[in-house]
Design a protein around this ligand. Structure first.
Ligand code: HSE
Length: 436
């Protein structure tokens, strides 16, 4: 049978991983697919290096547009990244009637709605399993595996760089800067690591998951995003003393009022499975009405783990390329006409538990004043920890865990607490997730 011909744009870590895995496992993949699939054309600016890597049977060009213009190519894999040239290439591949596979979470989070609309017009597929959590088949699980369910919420550690940094800070007491340099040296970080540490990369990924979990248009522009740059080592330590770990979570929940969509550091019980996802590993928890809670764990980055997801999309597309377009799995899991533009809630409307750290004067009545403000605002306290004042100092740290409170109410309480003359430093607040 005629092989499916694939054009690969970008032969970096994931591109070469894809080429290698496809070659190594060709026989096994063909057993699953029923016909061969070959990467017959590659575009990369370093043509000499690329040609040496792929050998003489594959055509290498510097200009990606040549791949798209080749009528023999059935599927284009975009592994360039970013939303500059990658957007132009993906759109022109779609316009040329080619199916597309991409690992580009930034591109889909920002331009996904336009890309899927164009793909639908052209009757082509866009596979993006590799865009979220690398090798973990979370897109397929949400879109197909859980399609019997009403999905209630999902929460994930979906950025390996920040999880690695938080693990190193907690386990080895490293500073943020040293841990970040290590993560970069190990190749986990994005080209621009601000996308990792400011939570933007995680927001891209949680937005994609939210869209397919709840059948809404790509909601990235409405996401609340807070990274780990403001997180201090003391809070990691205090959380530890209270039995919690701090993780950067991407969270999306369906509530009666709309969709919560947020990325921020969160306290999670050290006994929970997700708290024990360490180093650069990723994990996503999904709560759905029929199946209950499920957990997906694995490598969220790297050449071969991400290649595993890219090739899974290739196989799906190759399998379905002869089926009726209407029978295909919809781009955003729900039929385009069934997408509902549910409101994505402002962070002020979100309800969570909170960890507060207060630098206070060590005097009579201080605790009563602080708890008085919380009581006035209707915020209930779950646990408290007070550090003995350091020798010779008349100030101390007061740690408070609260029960669920609305963000808007908590903001007002923090503002009032901040104005107490005995509160000496800016109040530190970290949200806490129960995930039960
Ligand atoms: N920079 C990303 C991470 C790579 O740290 O998870 C995979 O998307």
């Amino acid at each position: 049978m005629k092989p499916i011909q694939v054009g690969l744009l970008g032969l970096g870590t994931v591109g070469s991983g894809t080429y290698e895995v496809l070659k190594r496992n060709q026989a096994e993949i063909q057993r699953r697919l029923g016909r061969p699939v070959v990467i017959s054309m590659v575009a990369d600016l370093d043509t000499a290096k690329a040609q040496a890597l792929v050998g003489p049977d594959c055509q290498v060009v510097a200009d990606a547009k040549q791949v798209i213009a080749n009528p023999e190519i059935d599927i284009v894999i975009e592994l360039i990244g970013g939303y500059g040239i990658a957007l132009e290439l993906v759109m022109s591949a779609i316009e040329a009637g080619k199916h597309v596979v991409t690992a580009n979470k930034a591109l889909l989070a920002v331009h996904g709605n336009a890309i899927f609309a164009a793909a639908q017009r052209q009757g082509v597929m866009v596979g993006y399993e590799a865009a979220v959590a690398g090798g973990i088949p979370i897109i397929k699980s949400l879109r197909e595996g859980l399609s019997a369910n009403r999905i209630e919420w999902l929460a994930g550690i979906i950025n390996g760089t920040t999880n690695f940094i938080l693990t190193e800070m907690r386990e080895k007491g490293l500073s943020f800067d040293v841990a970040l340099k290590e993560a970069q040296a190990l190749g986990y970080a994005e080209a621009d690591p601000t996308f990792d540490i400011q939570g933007i990369d995680a927001a891209h990924k949680v937005s994609i998951m939210s869209a397919i979990a709840f059948g809404i248009p790509m909601p990235f522009a409405k996401a609340y995003i807070e990274g780990i740059t403001q997180l201090q080592a003391e809070d990691i330590e205090f959380a530890k003393q209270l039995g919690y770990r701090i993780k950067l979570l991407g969270i999306s929940k369906k509530t009666a009022h709309g969709i919560e969509l947020r990325v921020h550091p969160s306290l999670v019980s050290e006994k929970s499975l997700i708290a024990n996802v360490e180093g650069a590993m990723n994990a996503v928890m999904v709560k759905a009405d029929a199946v209950g809670t499920t957990l997906y764990y694995g490598k969220g980055a790297g050449g071969e783990p991400t290649a595993s997801a890219v090739i899974a999309d290739l196989v799906d597309i190759a399998r379905l390329s002869t089926a009726d377009a209407a029978c295909r799995v919809p781009y955003l899991a729900y039929q385009p006409a069934a997408i509902q533009d549910l409101p994505v809630l402002a962070i002020d409307d979100v309800e969570t538990c909170h960890y507060l750290r207060l630098g206070v004067a060590d005097q009579a009545g201080v605790l009563a004043n602080v708890t008085g403000v919380l009581a006035e605002c209707g915020i209930s306290i779950d646990a408290m920890l007070q550090q003995p004042a350091a020798h010779g100092l008349d100030q101390t740290e007061l740690i408070i865990l609260t029960h669920v409170a609305q963000e808007r109410v908590m903001n007002a309480a923090i503002q009032k607490i901040q104005q107490l003359p005995t509160v000496l430093k800016p109040v530190i607040r970290i949200r806490k997730e129960d995930l039960s």
